[in-house]
Design a protein around this ligand. Structure first.
Ligand SMILES: Cc1cc2nc3c(=O)[nH]c(=O)nc-3n(C[C@H](O)[C@H](O)[C@H](O)COP(=O)(O)OP(=O)(O)OC[C@H]3O[C@@H](n4cnc5c(N)ncnc54)[C@H](O)[C@@H]3O)c2cc1C
Length: 374
């Protein structure tokens, strides 16, 4: 009998079926995440054991092309949403992890599919994505912060990124840097690689439990083996829709969590809350419509057409707007019980703005719509 290493087992194991993934993720969310939610928010606790358990449950692998028999963004989105119903910090960490896997398996670097890829897919290795600055650069908002010079079998990279989440000295994350000739390269880099310094300077009004670091690269060496795309021109269109669509999991979870809060206070406060213009049923109806559109878009994440990308942008914009509106209404419905420091509604309100400011932020999405429609 052949004995498989854990890595080989992860690579060859059939992906748990969609229903099994969602059932397992819901169980972990209820039993392990729910008790931590306040500490994640107030103390910046990073829910590492929960992330590992989600990984084992299959939450980070269904959307990965070339891995096993499934290729289904919806399961990954729905798993993220189950966590997001309780905690946006955790849902965002799940997105970071899922985005890293998405980059690896969309790359033509076959050796990463065999080495780092399976470890990211199972949550054995945690990681994230420093693509906010490149995504803003590609749409004419910023300039690229990382620059590189060519060296023997790799690149030497300098520069700094203000925030990268779900990382640490043991993690891997994706970066984009500019070559001396102006072409851009995307690669993965390790949190304690030579020349890599992680700093924890900022504190946030929410999302504190996301292990978010500033990243300084001081002549950090990136070997060719870690390159995802060089140059990135043909690769970015392949990953951009999935990058955006996967974020729907954060929004859907937030909206559902806020609907639940509004429903919870109905027995005591329904007689007066019914006069508020927005009711949980309204949000539920719009959420169902948004899900239908996102799931339809998830069928063809590699569609490169302008029309398809415009639909993706509109869906993401609606998800951000609706997440903020749902959290605002959860606060109005819950009243003072949501306004105390341990109240869920005030936490959800602080968290919800993150959906609207994480790249691509609402303002970037509106610029993209304006530019693409011009
Ligand atoms: C909790 C948290 C986690 C994040 N995680 C990630 C991640 O994992 N990966 C990733 O790539 N990005 C991450 N970001 C960045 C995020 O995606 C957005 O880019 C960011 O929220 C700002 O986007 P914006 O489009 O609103 O830009 P704006 O805020 O309008 O502008 C951003 C620019 O302003 C600069 N800037 C912003 N704040 C300050 C400040 N206090 N002092 C000086 N300069 C400042 C930035 O350097 C940047 O160049 C994170 C942000 C937050 C708040």
């Amino acid at each position: 009998m052949t004995i498989l290493t854990p890595l080989e087992a992860a690579r060859t194991a059939p992906s748990p079926a969609r229903a099994a993934v969602l059932q397992a993720v819901s169980g972990v969310a209820r039993d392990e995440l729910a008790p931590l939610v306040r500490a994640i928010d107030a103390e910046g606790l990073y829910p590492e054991s929960v992330m590992r358990a989600f990984g084992r449950a299959g939450a980070f692998r269904h959307h990965l092309p070339r891995l096993g028999e499934t290729f289904d963004l919806r399961t990954t989105i729905d798993a993220m949403s189950r966590a997001g119903e309780l905690c946006l910090s955790t849902a965002f960490c799940m997105w970071c992890q899922s985005a890293l896997g998405w980059y690896i398996y969309n790359s033509d670097n076959a050796s990463l599919h065999e080495t780092l890829g399976p470890q990211v897919a199972t949550g054995e290795v945690l990681g994230g994505t420093g693509l906010s600055n490149p995504m803003k650069t590609l749409f004419g908002i910023e300039t690229l912060k990382l620059k590189a010079t060519r060296a023997d079998s790799g690149y030497v990279v300098r520069g700094a990124l203000p925030w990268v989440s779900n990382i640490g000295p043991e993690a891997w994350f994706a970066i984009v840097f500019e070559r001396e000739d102006g072409a851009r390269v995307m690669a993965v880099i390790h949190g304690s690689g030579e020349g890599v310094k992680l700093t924890a300077n900022d504190h946030f009004v929410a999302l504190e439990g996301t292990r978010t670091f500033g990243v300084q690269l001081r002549d950090a060496f990136v070997p060719d083996a870690q390159v995802l795309a060089d140059p990135i021109d043909g690769y970015i269109p392949k990953i951009r829709a999935g990058f955006i669509l996967l974020q729907a999991g954060m929004a859907f979870g937030m909206i559902q969590g806020c609907i639940d809060l509004m429903e919870q206070v109905k027995p005591q406060l329904g007689h007066v809350n019914k006069h508020l213009p927005d009711q949980p049923e309204d949000f539920a109806e719009r959420l169902a419509a948004m899900k239908a559109e996102v799931y339809a878009l998830c069928e063809t994440p590699h569609d490169l057409s302008r029309e398809y990308f415009l639909r993706v942008i509109r869906a993401r914009l609606a998800a951000g707007d609706e997440a903020v509106a749902a959290a605002h209404n959860a606060m109005l419905h819950c009243g003072a019980r949501g306004y105390v420091t341990g109240g869920d509604a005030q936490r959800r309100l602080r968290e919800a703005y993150f959906v609207a400011i994480v790249t691509p932020a609402t303002k970037q999405l509106r610029k993209m719509l304006a530019d693409l429609s011009a």
